[in-house]
Design a protein around this ligand. Sequence first.
Ligand SMILES: CC(C)=CCC[C@@H](C)[C@H]1CC[C@H]2C3=C(CC[C@]12C)[C@@]1(C)CC[C@H](O)C[C@@H]1CC3
Length: 379
Amino acid sequence: MAPHSLEQEDHSRDAAFNKVMHGTSAQKRGGFAAMLSKGADGQKAAVDEYFKHWDNKAAKDETPEIREARRAEYATLTRHYYNLATDLYEYGWGQSFHFCRFAYGEPFRQAVARHEHYLAHVMNLKENMKVLDVGCGVGGPAREIVKFSGANVTGLNNNDYQIERATHYAAKEGLSHKLDFVKGDFMQMAFPENTFDAVYAIEATVHAPSLEGIYSQIFRVLKPGGVFGVYEWLMTDAYDNDNPHHREIRLGIEVGDGISNMEKIEVALAAMKAAGFELEINEDLAERDDPYPWYWPLSGQLKYMSSIWDFPTLARMTKLGRWTAHNFVGTLEKFGLAPKGTQKTADSLAVAADALVAGGREKLFTPMYLMVGRKPMNA
Ligand SMILES: CC(C)=CCC[C@@H](C)[C@H]1CC[C@H]2C3=C(CC[C@]12C)[C@@]1(C)CC[C@H](O)C[C@@H]1CC3
């Protein structure tokens, strides 16, 4: 698809909204405690803004105009998605918002960290390099990559609440001298051209309305000779847009994961080329011969559990765990202990989980299409 028109940024509006919805909850210890201390008006506005794009818009009825309306509001849609989902992510998954490969007997957190180390390794990140993390979440991967490589990392994020959480965790771990976090829309980065030695993006650029647009921005801020590494969310070659079942899976992933429009592998490869990168690596890591698939923690199959410490994380994904969570947050909402819309958000994440597992099982979708590209020296 062609490069897309951009939403007007308004950082003071976003900061004011952040105060109304999140208050001081960014300082709370875990996702669950943070979730219970939201401002009701802010939460309602975020729910309305986010779900207006999806409610009553089934895959079978979707028109190009509906999809286009979502793409046109990509930044607001993504910002409100993370206003709603961040605490649930932290509660259910941890502080690294991405999938990973699993080796035999490998505990969950170790596998997540290994996926981050692998990207740093293939990009050859080194001590004191100036590195940009595009769409840094609450900074779990950035902290790990700083510790692994010694690089200095700037995290770019469009969501004020995630920046507050990321800043809080970096300070807590004594890493503030190696890490900073900057608010901004990755489609219109404020950094001057040729700023960074390396840029990485872990399962984040899928939120862009145009892959060519975001990869071109990354190309611009990279120094000549600099490297870009990305784990991209993409529909595989097996995805057929004329197949209603395939479309349902794609829409399920999009609605539950705050994505305005997800593309196929061929589009991402063409976008890297159009942006100007020399492609050094492109591989779907989901196709590696691993003992367990990337989606297994979401599928609730406890038989793959290799460490008893993973039980609390994985139990939440079983049928019983999900049923309990649905009813628990519903009860909290009823008694005014959790803000209205918490259950709707949790249910939407459950839809995402099912669609992600179906997309993975049917090999229609990958969350780990690895691309490493270099900006030519003469660019
Ligand atoms: C949205 C993008 C581009 C990346 C995030 C990937 C994953 C970290 C998330 C995708 C689906 C999420 C779900 C949860 C945590 C984060 C994800 C795995 C939950 C396990 C959080 C707790 C809820 O009760 C169930 C969620 C299911 C989906």
